[in-house]
Design a protein around this ligand. Structure first.
Ligand code: NA7
Length: 578
């Protein structure tokens, strides 16, 4: 059990306690689980969700073809063995509707809806340093106070508006993959343009091509896409899985990236061509997003090793796509494999063999403007009825910066993060006490199975809040020194990899004007978890814990502390002292 650090002398007693113990922002995977956990502590919690229903990413990204790219049996909550046994995934990679049904089932099964307020956006929150409370304002005019605010706002929820001249002039139908109409869109007989070939575009394009009269894809940067080999899950597979779920969930929690595999130990450059090709072919056939990354230990570290994988994928593209010029346009060059998130596809490359599908290479003929009738490149006007923007997100930080968050001394989060996000352990930013972030920047987040990373964060945050209550403490803040060391450590780790040099949403480069910083912790979820646990067990090392007299928790309760569920025993390697 973590020892409770001595409390500093109490400040002069303020008069008021909070209306709520906690406000959670967002009702996706993170927000739902955070609500469940805080309720278990007996806290008063409200979740605010801007959309008209729960589900987060899986509520909004309803475009045709949307599905998870980590196997559904892994990409699901592990906290309830009963839930694991009763829920049945129908496919290896669940579709968006099935994922949304799952989240609705979770909300109903655990009675979460009563504390969720829909159609309400938290617009501003201001820290009251005297009372150790956040004053929270919503776009419906509500104002309330809460001891804690937890940003469960998602890594991919701030949609990047199309930064293309004339977008507003288009007289046809404009759609964004991340804001797809709930009632769906009938594209039969229509001429469809798609701008963007990230994972959303890659998933959508084959299905759009099944409906539309023509599909014209405007590609600025080609991606690496691997076949998902998606299929229904048989009754036998489900039974087998359920029989081993408890052990599987433990292994997931202890794993490097939230999926269970043995980390490779050899360099790609130690193998000869034949061995490498056989290894890559097996990974290609595995249908796993990280299959190729798991083959050798230096794929993301050594440009020469990486190039062997990149060329393998290009050879596959040349095999699938019949027109050599189109195959070459689809082949990434000068982009190390895996430094942009690879995509899992179902028929993506083969779609370009269809006569009504055209690929426009924007590196040769860039978009000049969107016109009333279509898209004009430097070569010609492409008349279309529908434009699908698959242009991505202001990832990792956008959803937090969008809220006017005012911390100590009137400093806003936007000001503090002007040169990139800063926090300790990816959890709390110094000067913004009691404001936690779930799978935000400088944590493993998008480099991990998101659901496993979410559970780790939610459990750490919940244990931390329980610890504060146990000790009658009312404020936790990251120390500036610990934050400095953490940011440097995250940057140092990224610097060992090929990630930072690449313009991607991992580095903020997809949003004009956004500071260029590698936004995730690249050391692995297992190591990260060990560091978070070690900090907690050492009395929340790297954080300042404070108490105000006569406010807050009332009588401390006992028996609420849990460890945050990491690997058994202590950390398997020396930890830096943060
Ligand atoms: P991504 O991965 O950010 O992809 C966005 C795509 O849109 C990408 O191909 C961009 O090209 C392209 N894009 C963006 N702006 C433009 C303009 N102005 N002109 C032409 N092309 C443009 O977003 P996704 O939604 O596909 O996927 C995000 C993540 O969600 C995904 O990785 C999964 O984790 C789930 P660029 O590469 O910038 O040249």
């Amino acid at each position: 059990m973590p020892s409770i650090p001595p409390s500093p002398s109490p400040s002069p007693a303020p008069a008021t306690g909070p209306q709520l113990d906690a406000v959670v922002v967002g009702a996706g995977f993170s927000g739902l689980y955070q609500l469940y956990r805080l309720r278990e502590l007996g806290l008063s919690v409200r979740v605010f969700e801007a959309c008209d229903d729960i589900g987060g990413t899986w509520h909004r990204n309803r475009y045709p073809g949307a599905r998870c790219d980590i196997e559904s049996t892994s990409y699901s909550y592990s906290f309830s063995p009963e839930l694991d046994q009763e829920w049945q995934w129908s496919e290896r990679y669940a579709t968006q509707p099935e994922l949304l049904r799952y989240l609705h089932h979770v909300a109903d099964r655990f009675g979460l809806r009563a504390d969720i307020t829909l159609r309400t956006r938290v617009t501003r929150t201001v820290y009251d340093e005297d009372d150790h409370l956040w004053q929270v304002t919503t776009d419906t005019g509500e104002m309330l106070t809460a001891r804690f605010v937890i940003l469960a706002t998602g890594c991919m929820s701030a949609v990047k508006e199309p930064d293309i001249p004339g977008a507003a002039a288009f007289e046809g139908q404009a759609l964004h993959t991340a804001d797809w109409p709930r009632e769906g869109v009938d594209l039969t007989g229509r001429r469809v343009a798609v701008i963007g070939t990230g994972c959303s575009g890659v998933q959508a394009i084959p299905l759009l091509a099944e409906q539309a009269a023509t599909v014209t894809v405007f590609q600025r940067t080609p991606v690496y896409a691997l076949p998902a080999h998606n299929r229904p899950l048989s009754a036998e597979e489900n039974a087998e899985l359920k029989a081993h779920y408890p052990q599987f969930r433990i292994a997931q929690r202890q794993s490097r990236g939230g999926t269970v595999f043995e980390p490779p130990t050899r360099s790609a450059l130690e193998a000869d061509d034949a061995e490498r090709t056989a290894t890559y072919a097996a990974a290609w056939e595995s249908g796993l997003l990280s299959g190729l990354l798991r083959t050798y230990n230096d794929i993301l570290l050594d440009p020469a090793a990486n190039e062997t994988v990149a060329e393998f994928v290009r050879s596959k593209i040349r095999t699938i796509v019949t027109d050599p010029a189109t195959a070459e346009t689809l082949s990434p060059r000068g982009l190390p494999y895996g430094t942009k998130r690879p995509c899992l596809d179902s028929g993506y490359y083969a779609t370009y063999n269809k006569p009504h599908v055209t690929l426009v290479d924007l590196t040769k003929t860039p978009i000049v403007e969107i016109t009333r009738s279509g898209i004009r490149t430097s070569e010609r006007n492409h008349a279309v009825d529908v434009i699908v923007f698959a242009t991505g997100f202001d990832a990792m930080t956008g959803s937090q910066i969008a809220i006017d968050i005012v911390g100590k001394n009137g400093t806003t989060l936007q000001e503090k993060w002007a040169d990139g996000p800063r926090n300790h352990l990816g959890l709390l930013s110094s000067g913004f006490p009691n404001l936690f972030t779930v799978i935000g920047p400088l944590s493993p987040s998008v480099l991990s199975n998101a659901v496993v990373a979410i559970e780790q964060h939610v459990e750490w945050i919940t244990d931390c809040i329980a610890h504060l209550r146990e000790g009658g403490l009312t404020e936790i803040d990251a120390t500036a020194a610990a934050e400095e060391r953490w940011c440097a450590h995250v940057a140092d780790l990224a610097g060992l990899t090929l990630y930072p040099a690449v313009a991607s949403w991992y580095t903020g480069a997809n949003v004009p004007g956004k500071p260029r910083v590698f936004l995730a912790y690249a050391g692995g979820l297992d190591r990260y978890r060990a560091q978070c646990d070690a900090a907690a067990l050492d009395g929340y090392r790297g954080f300042t814990l404070t108490s105000l007299a006569d406010v807050g928790w009332g009588r401390p309760r006992t028996g609420l502390l849990r460890n945050s569920g990491g690997a058994s025993g202590g950390p398997p390697y020396p930890l830096r002292d943060f």
